[in-house]
Every structure is written in structure tokens, then in C-alpha cells.
Design a protein around this ligand. Structure first.
Ligand SMILES: C[S@@+](CC[C@H](N)C(=O)[O-])C[C@H]1O[C@@H](n2cnc3c(N)ncnc32)[C@H](O)[C@@H]1O
Length: 198
């Protein structure tokens, strides 16, 4: 099971797997329209690689919920002692107990291909966003490059990105609007909005 895989990799994650190029993480963070004071859900927090960048964006008045189903990954994030209004939640996004309409933004940094049931995850994220809120799916490589890496690792060889148009279709079916998908050599970014009117 995927959770067991990530728990088993937690201790070595920062040294062996996590993105270490700060400028790439900064570039991704700059593209997210997250404002001071926003309430943000970070799905697949892992050891907290993207947390400092989100904290910088939301500032002292913002709220951050760090969600991950692998307790060993989340434990490392928690032990880093990030400062701010942060809650750590060990849960599966596909079966969570968070309240409806809670977040201005939901960020999935380096987790999307690992969702077991992507449609279910999208419906949950839609439920959790406030009206007008935005989902950001981001990666520091292209869709194809990440799929190739995953195919070479037995435990995650089936954890693949759908075709971009299939991702767009699922987001639309889940209720999202204003969907943009940018997939380049350097990064992958999906932005999708929950209607401000419904
Ligand atoms: C590839 S790691 C990335 C971790 C971190 N974002 C990073 O970039 O280092 C994916 C993380 O997502 C978590 N994850 C995968 N599927 C999940 C789900 N359905 N619900 C919550 N967490 C999930 C895993 O436990 C793992 O920590």
C-alpha cells in the first residue's frame, strides 16, 4: 500500500528524494495566487518540503493545514518546528473529516499521481474549498518526466498522471471552472477554481 511505502521512505526522504533546488520551489510558489491571511490546505505535505514557501505567502495571519496519510512523513514535518498557525492532520484526502468550504486554496505539491481515486480526491477538494477558492497541483518536472520516474519504481509504477485532457475532464466533472494546465520541461502546474457564485 502506498502509505506503507511513504512511511518506509520517510527517514531518508529529505536526503534522497525531496527537491533541493530552492529556486525551483520559489518559482512554483510565485505562481500560486495565495495571499496574506489565506487559509490553505497542503495535501501530501510529506516531510514539509513546500511548507516554508506556503507560510511565507500566507504570512502571520494565515492558516495552514498540513495533511498526509503517512504518519512517519508528517512526524518529520512536525519536528521541523515551522512557526505559524499550522495544524498537522494524518488523513487520506479521499476520506477526510474536514469541513465544507474551509480553504481559500488547496495545494497538491508533488502528490497528484499518487491519489488512488483521483476523481474522489477532486470531489473532496472541491467540497473543502470556499467559493472562489483555487486548487493548485504543482510539480517541479514535467508530467512525462515524473511518469517515467514512477514507472521505474515498483511500489509506485502504477502512480501515473492521466493525460492532461483527462485531468481537465475530471476537474470539470468535479465542478471546477477556469482550468489551466501548464506542462513544461521545468514544471507542471494545474490551476482550477470553485465558482464564486455557487
Ligand atoms: C511524493 S511524496 C511528496 C511529499 C512532499 N510534498 C514533497 O514534495 O517532498 C507524496 C506524499 O503524499 C502523501 N499522500 C499520497 N496520497 C495521499 C492521500 N490520498 N492522502 C494524503 N496524503 C497522501 C504520501 O504519504 C507522501 O508523503
Amino acid at each position: 500500500m502506498s502509505r506503507d511505502f511513504f512511511n518506509s521512505r520517510a527517514a531518508a526522504w529529505d536526503d534522497e528524494v525531496a527537491e533541493k533546488d530552492i529556486s525551483r520551489l520559489e518559482t512554483i510558489a510565485e505562481r500560486l495566487d495565495i495571499k496574506p491571511g489565506d487559509s490553505v490546505l497542503d495535501i501530501g505535505t510529506g516531510t514539509g518540503v513546500f511548507v516554508p514557501f506556503l507560510l511565507k505567502k500566507i504570512g502571520g495571519k494565515g492558516k495552514l493545514v498540513c495533511l498526509d496519510f503517512a504518519e512517519e512523513m508528517l512526524k518529520i514535518a512536525r519536528e521541523k518546528g515551522f512557526k505559524g498557525d499550522i495544524n498537522y492532520l494524518c488523513a487520506d484526502i479521499e476520506n477526510n473529516s474536514l469541513e465544507d468550504d474551509s480553504f481559500d486554496a488547496v495545494v497538491c505539491y508533488s502528490v497528484f499521481p499518487h491519489f488512488n481515486n483521483k476523481m474522489k480526491a477532486f470531489k473532496e477538494i472541491y467540497r473543502l474549498l470556499k467559493k472562489g477558492g483555487r486548487l493548485y497541483i504543482c510539480h517541479s518536472s514535467s508530467r512525462q518526466a515524473i511518469n517515467e520516474v514512477h514507472k521505474s519504481i515498483p511500489e509506485v509504477c502504477s502512480h501515473l498522471f492521466p493525460e492532461n485532457e483527462d485531468t481537465r475532464g475530471m476537474l470539470s466533472d468535479a465542478g471546477f471552472e477556469d482550468i489551466t494546465i501548464s506542462d513544461s520541461k521545468e514544471d507542471y502546474l494545474v490551476i482550477a477554481a470553485k465558482s464564486a457564485g455557487r
